[in-house]
Design a protein around this ligand. Structure first.
Ligand code: APR
Length: 272
């Protein structure tokens, strides 16, 4: 490991302060789940191509709920078939070593952190494990019904639609995910809790995110302004790497999550 990173992590370990880990799609890339701005590509509806930024919206759901659900059921199937990797496992060891000094803030809806064994997790973009009423009728969070494996092109059947009907009001259920035309909140997406954790962090460890969304960037900037330590793990340049490089207590650990996280968490006191 780079000497500067080793010194920074050793210093952080001695201070025994709170550690916040912020993850994005990159941590699940080595589990085979495509990243958002990677090569997952567009989605074809009729003769039109849609990007994820267009599909994952409330307005698209209002216009074409079948299409939006078809897209999510395919993606959720990919998540369900994937397995947690060495990066997820490293963060579980870190949580066990730090206890209540540890908070994980994830943008991922794939459930791999939870399946690996992480517990202190805020899913700020929602979680594929749940659905809720699209009309917010008050039914609360429900388990995502189990669907057989699907292909990309498979249309919804009458039985799929029945399973995606709210048992309380009879309207559509929706995925429990934050759409591009919606706002973060505490109730569903733990906005205040994530910001509170960032305000108290002595180290922010960012893994596998391009910094394209609002709350994660706010967390990075907050930590940077407070002068807390900031380490970014990513094979590519990104805005968190820039912040880390500008920070006196920052480091850009270039590389993949599976390559870099095991040594980083070991240096923070989590045994392998
Ligand atoms: N290890 C670590 N990082 C990786 C790896 C890897 N093996 N492979 C790719 N990456 C990095 C990429 O370099 C990129 O910076 O992961 C990042 C993935 O970026 P995005 O695809 O933009 O994903 P993310 O930042 O999580 O997107 C944020 O945008 O579409 C919305 O709601 C969606 O939660 C998502 C949010």
């Amino acid at each position: 490991m780079d000497q500067k990173l080793a010194t920074l992590l050793e210093d952080t370990r001695r201070r025994q302060g709170p550690v916040v880990v912020l993850t994005g799609a990159g941590i699940s890339a080595e589990s085979g789940i495509p990243t958002f701005r990677g090569e997952e590509g567009y989605w074809v509806v009729g003769s039109r191509n849609y990007m994820p930024q267009e599909m994952a919206t409330h307005s698209m759901f209002e216009q074409a709920p079948d299409e939006v659900w078809r897209w999510y059921l395919y993606r959720f199937g990919v998540c369900r078939d994937a397995q947690p990797n060495a990066g997820h496992a490293a963060l579980v060891r870190l949580e066990r070593a730090l206890g209540d000094r540890f908070t994980l803030v994830t943008q991922n809806i794939d459930g791999l952190h939870r399946r690996a064994g992480s517990q202190r997790v805020y899913c700020i973009h929602g979680d594929a494990a749940w659905v809720r009423c699209a009309a917010e009728c008050g039914v609360g969070l429900l388990d995502l019904p189990r669907f057989p494996p699907r292909t990309r092109d498979q249309p919804l059947t009458a039985e799929d639609r029945r399973q995606l009907t709210c048992p309380r009001c009879g309207g559509w259920l929706r995925p429990h995910v934050l759409w591009f035309d919606e706002y973060y909140d505490e109730e569903h997406y733990r906005l205040e809790s994530a910001l509170r954790a960032a305000r108290g962090a002595d180290l922010l460890l960012v893994v596998g995110t391009s910094g394209a969304t609002n709350l994660p960037m706010q967390i990075g900037e907050l930590v940077y302004m407070r002068g807390a330590a900031l380490v970014d793990v990513n094979p590519e340049e990104n805005p968190f790497a820039e912040l880390a490089e500008r920070s006196p207590r920052g480091h850009f650990a270039r590389g993949s999550a599976c390559e870099r996280l095991p040594e980083i968490v070991a240096a923070l006191g989590a045994e392998g």
